[in-house]
Design a protein around this ligand. Sequence first.
Ligand SMILES: Cc1cc2nc3c(=O)[nH]c(=O)nc-3n(C[C@H](O)[C@H](O)[C@H](O)COP(=O)(O)OP(=O)(O)OC[C@H]3O[C@@H](n4cnc5c(N)ncnc54)[C@H](O)[C@@H]3O)c2cc1C
Length: 306
Amino acid sequence: MQEKELVIIGGGPAGYTAGLYAARADINAILFERGMPGGQAATTEWLENYPGFPGGIGGIDLAMKMDEQARSFGLEVVTADVEKLERAGEVFIVHTTQGPMQTKAVILATGASPQVLGVKGESKFHGRGVSYCATCDGAFFRDKTVAVVGGGDAAVEEALFLTKFAAKVYLIHRRGELRATKLIQKRAMDNPKIEFLWHSVVEEIVGDQKVEAVKVKQVPSGELQTVAVDGVFIYVGTRANSGLVKDLVQTDERGYIITDEQMATSIPGLFIAGDVRRKPLRQVVTAVADGAIAAMEVEKYLALRE
Ligand SMILES: Cc1cc2nc3c(=O)[nH]c(=O)nc-3n(C[C@H](O)[C@H](O)[C@H](O)COP(=O)(O)OP(=O)(O)OC[C@H]3O[C@@H](n4cnc5c(N)ncnc54)[C@H](O)[C@@H]3O)c2cc1C
């Protein structure tokens, strides 16, 4: 079996930064990513709050730059899904779709995935009008009508992005005010293509072969209305991708992994970085900080073992 000093699971901002710091510290590391580099950041059309890029930077562009920078210092990046993580005495065995790998330390940076609404029609029409990624699918809705569900930064930012293509964007939110940052809220309120459906929850997504409408319930009145749309973009939060270690470490009630400030867990050699961790702010800037700390802690951990 191949052996490494460090396996990084997940190629989002946290994983790539851990890889960059590990490679520069001369740690023999490998990063496994099951999809596109960049994680959620790569599904974001435009980031305006990552320092160093006045005017902002495209999510895919930022992801590609992170990949290039980490590789330039020698980080090995492999496309594979990590299916199982095992503690075997003092080492870990990482089972991937490319085979197993033995390692002294692991940084889990598997991030988070979109939360589903859990309504009728959502899974049936996923990929046929239901989407969790405006950057990926927005262009399919040129001159069409779409609904965005949610009221946080991600929902409102992506609703604004969709106005570039769609003729009309309904923003469906269960409360009477948004949670999004004030600046983003103002942009949405000022955009004539966006219509807000306040105090509203989606009851069902309906259609024949593809999405044709959403059934929306007013709260608390219970009044139902059917709104004709061609697409539904869902941004109602995220869930932690912590399944690989759920039996090894402590998580909070929502599945986010509890670490200390060194990104360490109760398992020696297992470190956690980024959105999969319990933390007060899930953004690129905090994910990269976690990744850097985790890699530096791995360096200390490996030095102590020698
Ligand atoms: C729509 C949207 C808009 C956003 N806008 C902003 C913004 O403007 N500014 C900002 O700072 N942040 C923004 N964020 C948040 C930001 O994208 C995240 O905080 C950040 O990407 C977290 O990085 P991460 O590396 O922890 O996890 P992720 O980005 O989630 O990356 C985790 C990676 O791990 C991989 N992975 C998971 N499990 C496995 C496995 N078993 N095997 C192999 N690979 C695996 C995934 O494929 C993924 O690529 C936004 C997020 C969304 C969804």
